[in-house]
Structures are given as C-alpha cells and as structure tokens.
Design a protein around this ligand. Structure first.
Ligand SMILES: Nc1ncnc2c1ncn2[C@@H]1O[C@H](COP(=O)(O)OP(=O)(O)O)[C@@H](O)[C@H]1O
Ligand SMILES: [Mg+2]
Length: 360
C-alpha cells in the first residue's frame, strides 16, 4: 500500500484550500511539535523525530524506509536548516511549486524552512500577522512534498499566530501533536497553556516528552538531575497525557545537531581536495511561482540538483553520527510509540483535544 492509497477521500477536505488539499493529500501523518516555551528542545526533537522516522520502515511499505518531510514554521527563529546541516541551501522553484531541500540523494528526508529563503542566516524578517499567515499558507500550498509517510512541523514557542494559522489550514487533515517540556516548573506552567490551546482547538496530543532530563556523565555514566526530573511525567499523569519518555542532556547530541554543517563541509572538502562548497542564490520570499507549462527541467534533474552535495555527505555524517549518539536508542523508543499512536489516530481519529493515556 502506498502513502497515497491511504489518503482521505477529497470529500473529507470540504472547505479546505484546494492547493493545500492537492499538496497534502499524499501525506499520511502530520505531527506538530509544540512546547510552552522556547529553548526546551522543540527543534531538536523535531529534527530527531524526522531523522529517526526516516531511518525506520515506512508504515505503508515495510520494504523501504519512511519518507519524511520537516516543515519549520518558526518564522523568526528557524533552526532546522542548521540542525540538519543545511544552512546555505536554497529552495528551487519548478513548474510544480517549490522543491524542498533533501538531506541526501535517497530523498527520504525533505526539508522546508524560512531559513532557506533568507539571503543570510543572520538576516531577520519582521513579520506582521497577515504576512505570517501568507507564508504558512504558501508553505502548505506551494511545496512539492510528493508522497510522504510523515510531515513533522516544528513550531515557535507558545501558542502564536503561526499555530492558529496552521491549524486552520490543516483542520481536515487530522493533524496530531507531540509536546516537549523540560523538568522545570516554569516550563511546565507554560505547557499547561499549550495544552489548553490543544484542547480548545481539538488538536489531539499523542504524548509528552521530557527533554534535558538529567545529565549522564560520559565517563562514569552517573545521572545528575541538573534541572530536576520527573516533572514531565507528573504533568502527563495529572493531565491524562501519555508520557513518551525522557531524553537526558547529551553533549554528543549538541555536537551532532549544532555542528552538522561544519562536519558535512569538512568531510566534503576532504573529498573535493579543499574546494569550498558553493551555495546557490536563494529565492526571495514573495517570488511568484512560474506558470504551468513554463519551460522547466525534468523532475529527475531538479531533484538531483536539490539533493545538495553537503546533504549527500550528511547521509554519512548527521544521520550516522546521530545513530551513534547516546540519545538515538532512547529516542528510537519514543519514535516507535509515536509511530504506533499516529497510526491508531489515523484509523480512529480522536474527537477530543488530548488522547487519553490509557489508549494504546
Ligand atoms: N537533550 C539535549 N541534550 C543536549 N542539548 C540539547 C538537548 N535538547 C536540545 N539541546 C540543545 O539546546 C538548544 C535549544 O534546543 P532547541 O531544540 O533549539 O529548542 P527550541 O526549539 O525549543 O527553542 C540547542 O542548542 C539544542 O541543540
Ligand atoms: Mg526551535
């Protein structure tokens, strides 16, 4: 069974934007990553979930790995390109919309972020509400994701314009959410507000992850509870959420995610005998899409181009280095639960805002 064969019939998308329906009908599962505050690890959890899912079997065809997309809608602080080593990559336009950036030639992980549309990673954009809304609509309606098993959406902290817009557009696609918290109380209080938002908007929460939960000394393997421990699990219990697990502070993970580009660049330069990577001109944010039928390269050529040289190297660096990190096996257990829960939700969509922790 292919991802597209399990799509909802178009009748179920009544009232949805036809461009978005066309793009997202071939996406099986849409999962938003949320947290009440910034800096708790939403982007790193989104990146890990995407990496981990793309190296697990597809739920549609166990003979191949899952095809995953990651959409970064943190418009003022996009960090997904950096975490996946794709800083400096750019989005291409085809006759059929924006081509996402692929992390490697196998095209199992497609990435879209406003970070790819800025000329420099240090550029900032001042976004007003309607402009944010238009950008998000464009990300959903203009990106040629193709068939995806999972689309992971990394969101800004709290409950902002971006959350409201994306939920409005995705309403008919049965999205779900995963919440991330750190053990500290302030973060937990912020999470209550996020949870309230999920309930009010009927966004089912698959579960809660406690990130930065203790520090495991790489030498003696002793765990120190730097910011306490167990707050996330207690919150989950109290709110009837499933607790998906805790991720310790892992200095190795910081190196994998924060130094991904440098590592990829270094590897590539070694192979190319010192030649610097060239990056292509990014598209400007308001650039209109070409008309149908306008001269275009074949899909195959475009796709080969969009798999960046750095990305090809990444298939041996970020993903492999992530797999050898302390966090990978811990996160894999979280991923397995998310896969199962997302599948169950697809078969039996939950009408309520929060999935009961007793559902398995
Ligand atoms: N479990 C962890 N161990 C070590 N560092 C982490 C962990 N989770 C996140 N980080 C680091 O903390 C910083 C903030 O995380 P990030 O994912 O950007 O948070 P958010 O998206 O919620 O703002 C990043 O530099 C990230 O690499
Ligand atoms: Mg972030």
């Amino acid at each position: 069974m292919s991802a597209s064969s399990s799509i909802s019939p178009s009748a179920s998308h009544l009232g949805a934007d036809p461009k978005i329906v066309r793009r997202l009908s071939s996406v099986s599962h849409i999962i938003l990553v949320l947290s009440g505050k910034g800096g708790v690890g939403k982007s790193s959890v989104s990146a890990q979930l995407a990496l981990s899912l793309s190296s697990s079997p597809s739920p549609a065809d166990s003979d191949r790995n899952a095809r995953v997309g990651i959409l970064d809608i943190d418009l003022t602080g996009p960090s997904i390109p950096r975490m996946l080593g794709l800083d400096g990559s750019s989005v291409k336009q085809s006759t059929d919309g924006w081509v996402p950036v692929y992390t490697d030639a196998s095209q199992h992980l497609a990435v879209m972020s406003v970070g790819f549309l800025l000329r420099s990673k240090n550029d900032s954009v001042v976004w007003r509400g309607p402009k944010k809304n238009a950008m998000i609509k464009q990300f959903l309606g203009d990106v040629r994701w193709g068939e995806l098993d999972y689309l992971i959406i990394d969101t800004p902290p709290g409950t902002s314009d971006e959350h409201i817009s994306i939920l409005e557009y995705l309403r008919t696609f049965n999205p779900t959410a995963v919440m991330v918290t750190t053990p500290q109380a302030v973060s937990l209080a912020d999470n209550l507000r996020s949870l309230d938002f999920c309930r009010k908007t009927n966004l089912p929460v698959l579960g809660l992850i406690e990130n930065m939960s203790g520090y495991i000394c790489p030498h003696c393997k002793d765990c120190t509870n730097v910011w306490g421990k167990g707050g996330g699990e207690a919150l989950a219990k109290r709110e009837g959420l499933r607790f998906l697990g805790r991720i310790p502070i892992d200095p190795g993970l910081v190196r994998v995610l924060d130094d991904a580009k440098e590592d990829a660049q270094h590897e590539l330069e070694k192979q190319l005998d010192g030649t610097r990577l060239s990056t292509t001109e990014p598209v400007t944010i308001d650039q209109p899409l070409p008309q149908e039928g306008q001269a275009a390269e074949s899909k195959e050529t475009e796709d080969k181009k969009s798999a960046t040289p750095a990305g090809t190297i990444l298939s041996r660096t970020t993903i492999q280095r992530y797999k050898s990190s302390l966090t990978f096996p811990i996160f894999q257990e979280i991923t397995d639960q998310i896969r199962t829960l997302a599948h169950q939700h697809r078969l039996h969509p939950q009408p309520s805002g929060v999935l009961s922790s007793s559902e398995s």
